[in-house]
Design a protein around this ligand. Sequence first.
Ligand code: DC
Length: 223
Amino acid sequence: MVLNIAMDGPVGAGKSSIAHAVANRLGILHLDTGAMYRAVGLSALRAGVDLADEAAVTAHTQSIDVSVAQGENGQRTIVNGEDVTDFIRTPEVSMAASTVARYAGVRREMVAIQQKLASSTPMLVDGRDICVRVLPHATVKLFLTASAEERARRRYLEMQQKGDPTPYEDVLRDLRARDAQDMNREVDPLRPTEDAVIVDSTDMTFEQVVDHILAIVEEKNHA
Ligand code: DC
C-alpha cells in the first residue's frame, strides 16, 4: 500500500511548515490542499465572481484547471498554467479561500484531484478534511492544533517579520472568524476524527512537533 499521511488542523497550527519538514525527513511529497482552495479563491476574485453565489463559484471552479508541481522550496500551485503560489497568501485570498471551501461543488473538484495524486505516490497531505474525506484509509491520521492565542501569536510574529503592522488583536479576531467558518460549515467541517492522533503544539517547539510526528508515523507504519 502507498504510504499516505493525513494531517488536519485549524488555521495557524503550523500544518504547512510542519508537514513540509516531516515529508522531507521521510523523503515523500507534501501536498498542501489549502493552497488549492486559495488558488480557487484567487481565481474567482480575479474573475469578479460573486463569492456569495455558490452556483457561480462552483461553475467557475469547474471551468479552471488547478494543479500542483514540486518546486525547489516546496509546492507550486498552478491555475490554468499560471504559477499563482506568490499571490495566494494575502488576507483577502485567505478569506476568499475559506468562503469558496464551504461549497460542496468546489470541494468535490478539489478532493478528486487530491485523491488522484495520493493514490499512486507516497504523500503527506495536509488540510481540513483529509482524515475524513480525502484519505479515509490513510496509514497515519493526525490532527495538529494549538490554542487560538498561540496560533495568533505565531501568525502575528510571522507578519511582523514581513513588515506587516497588523495588531495582534486583529490577527486573533481574523483567526477566530476563519476557525468559526471552517468548523461550522455544512460540508466536511473541520474536526478531529476518532482515529486521528491529536498533536497539541501549544507548548512544543517546531523540532519537538516534527520529532513527535515522526515517532507516531514510525509506530503506525510498523504496527
Ligand atoms: O490551510 P490554509 O489556511 O491554506 O487553507 C485555506 C482555506 O481552505 C481554509 O480557510 C480552509 C480551507 N481548506 C479546506 O476547507 N479544506 C482543505 N482540505 C484545506 C483547506
